[in-house]
Design a protein around this ligand. Structure first.
Ligand code: ASP
Length: 346
């Protein structure tokens, strides 16, 4: 077990202690002297870029969007933006949301096709509409109105993985893999099950001590067309409060949507939890809310993963996931690095 991991018993004990402190310690921290950025594991370059932008004077929201744009445009990340794995029909559908601490404003897009930078479109929803969430064709038309051009986001690598998925899905249809059903040669990425899940979340504190958050994703690979996960839903895939901190998620969106964990984490931090305790609290809440046998392993634990990333106003950062181990990206005055996530179950 990693030294960051907690047993369930430790976790319950810690959360009971934190619970006792609630009424006594509503926390408003003073601004940090240095900026800090956090992201999911695929965000190492993104957090480095975010800190560069902040050091040049950017607002945290502009900085994190510049950071995640690197991943949105990267064809080798199969879980975000251009090159993301498509839905069941072979179409890349993107979800993204942004939240700006100083104004409390939020903007989001879901099931957006053909636009490489959904986080930028989400920022335009925040800045240039009186709405929070635009979906599908309406979101795409809105992006075109603001000068985005549509393009094919399905790379050959993602298309081939989708074809392999389609051809091996069932023996009761007429699609066949190249060498027949008994001799399937699935690609390396297809074999790495975690590639079906993935997203980038990034939150940061800027030089003024202001906080913002973004989450952007191609969502669950091979999803039913129109399926929207937790990423673009404020309170689920991300949440920030300029007085308290920020949180975001990656992993099984359906589980997080049921418990609205980013909001929960920020509220736990408001009541005095450290970022790590607040993230573990959310993992525990999902565990308590997982009742279906098909989602549990033999021990009754969630058989899936959800990871959370959080920072507080004081600049403390941490993350936790249901099943460990795992890592997240952090950048501050000491540079960009990966740190370990706490977890509930091995
Ligand atoms: N949370 C994302 C979703 O459910 C996917 C992921 O992070 O893997 O759409």
């Amino acid at each position: 077990m990693s030294h960051h991991s907690l047993s369930r018993r430790d976790f319950i004990r810690n959360s009971a202690t934190a619970g006792a402190a609630i009424a006594l310690r509503p926390q408003l921290h003073s601004p940090p002297s240095h900026p800090v950025a956090i992201a999911s594991r695929n965000g190492l370059q993104a957090v480095a870029r975010t800190i560069e932008e902040i050091n040049q004077g950017s607002d945290a929201l502009d900085a994190i969007i510049a950071g995640v744009n690197l991943v949105e445009e990267d064809p080798s990340d199969l879980t975000v933006g251009y090159g993301g794995l498509p839905n069941a029909e072979g179409i890349v559908e993107l979800d993204a949301a942004v939240m700006h601490g100083p104004t409390g404003r939020v903007g989001a897009v879901a099931s957006l096709e053909g636009i490489k930078y959904p986080s930028k479109v989400a920022q335009l929803v925040l800045e240039r509409t009186d709405h929070v969430l635009l979906v599908g064709e309406g979101a795409q038309e809105f992006a075109r109105m603001h000068g985005f051009s549509t393009e094919n986001l399905l790379t050959d690598e993602a298309r081939e993985i989708w074809v392999q998925w389609r051809e091996t899905l069932s023996n009761r249809d007429d699609y066949l893999p190249p060498h027949g059903p008994d001799d399937v040669n699935l690609g390396e990425a297809f074999q790495r099950n975690e590639e079906f899940w993935g997203t980038i979340h990034c939150s940061a504190i800027d030089l003024l001590g202001n906080i913002s958050s973004v989450t952007t994703t191609s969502g669950l690979a091979f999803k039913i067309p129109g399926r929207v996960g937790d990423s673009p839903i404020p309170g689920a895939g991300l949440y920030c409060d300029n007085d308290v901190g920020a949180a975001g998620s990656t992993g099984r969106g359906e589980a997080n949507l049921q418990s609205c964990c980013s909001f929960l984490i920020v509220e736990r931090m408001r009541m005095g939890d450290s970022p790590q305790d607040a993230c573990l609290y959310a993992c525990e809440r999902i565990t308590q809310n997982t009742h279906l046998a098909r989602l549990q392993n033999e021990s009754g634990e969630p058989a899936f993963n959800v990871s959370f990333y959080a920072l507080n106003k004081a600049g403390e950062v941490a993350g936790a996931r249901i099943r460990g181990p795992g890592q997240m990206a952090v950048a501050d005055q000491d540079g960009a690095r990966l740190i370990e996530l706490a977890y509930l179950f091995e």
